[in-house]
Write a protein that binds this ligand. Structure first.
Ligand SMILES: [Zn+2]
Length: 226
């Protein structure tokens, strides 16, 4: 290494140091600096992460009814609206599971995607029910509904109605898509938004989709959106 190169390397090494010193030395008594510091501290606390999974997909159409499939309906009507409101959330982070992939096969056979979900992530799955009935419910992770489960059930009740068989919640341990998460201690809620086979449920879902999506995002994160 030549002398001028050494000089350059030294200068480059000192560069970040110079930058890191500047804000510290500039930290005077001004209130704006104090506010900035507080903001920085706040940002270092990791935000709660939610992963939204639109049921089925990757060759699995799910339930059928009213001329559509569960996978298609959820992705075509619900996913774009959920994405829109997820962007407005500021206290949490929301990501969406690749709609071309299937959570169960990814976990059990391919060992990718959901297989790599962080234990601090909460998974929210959206589905439509079949073969016959009316209304939705929330399939819960623990024996009793969490505050989040209760908020999600309220959304269903308001826009579609609750399935009378469950009165809001159902605790299941025999569902594969839940068990791939349960076995690894990952928190989840599975929302059965209504019956795909019920014309009234589908009509209500389509009609109120934007409001439902907004309310669902608020229910998941417990954050009020404008
Ligand atoms: Zn389903």
């Amino acid at each position: 290494m030549r002398k001028w190169q050494l000089g350059l390397v030294t200068a480059l090494l000192l560069l970040p140091l110079a930058f890191s010193i500047t804000p510290a030395s500039a930290k005077t008594t001004t209130t704006t600096t104090a506010a900035k510091t507080a903001k920085t501290v706040k940002q270092t606390t990791p935000k709660k992460h939610y992963l939204i999974v639109m049921g089925h997909g990757a060759g699995d159409p799910g339930a059928r009814g009213n001329g559509t499939t569960e996978a298609h309906f959820l992705r075509q009507y619900m996913l774009p609206q959920l994405r829109k409101y997820a962007k407005e959330v500021t206290h949490s982070t929301i990501t969406f599971y690749n709609p071309k992939r299937n959570l169960v096969s990814d976990t059990l056979y391919h060992h990718q995607g959901s297989y790599n979900i962080n234990k601090h992530t909460t998974v929210i799955m959206f589905h439509l029910d079949a073969p016959a009935g009316h209304g939705g419910h929330v399939i819960i992770h623990k024996k009793h509904p969490t505050a989040r489960d209760k908020r999600l059930a309220k959304v269903i009740k308001k826009y579609v109605g609750l399935n009378r068989a469950y009165n809001g919640y159902s605790f299941r341990t025999n569902l594969r898509n839940c068990n791939v998460l349960r076995r690894r201690g990952i928190d989840y809620s599975l929302v059965e938004s209504g019956f795909i086979t019920n014309k009234r449920d589908v009509t209500h879902l389509k009609k109120h989709m934007a409001k439902i999506a907004k309310a669902d995002i608020e229910a998941i994160t417990n954050e009020q959106l404008k």
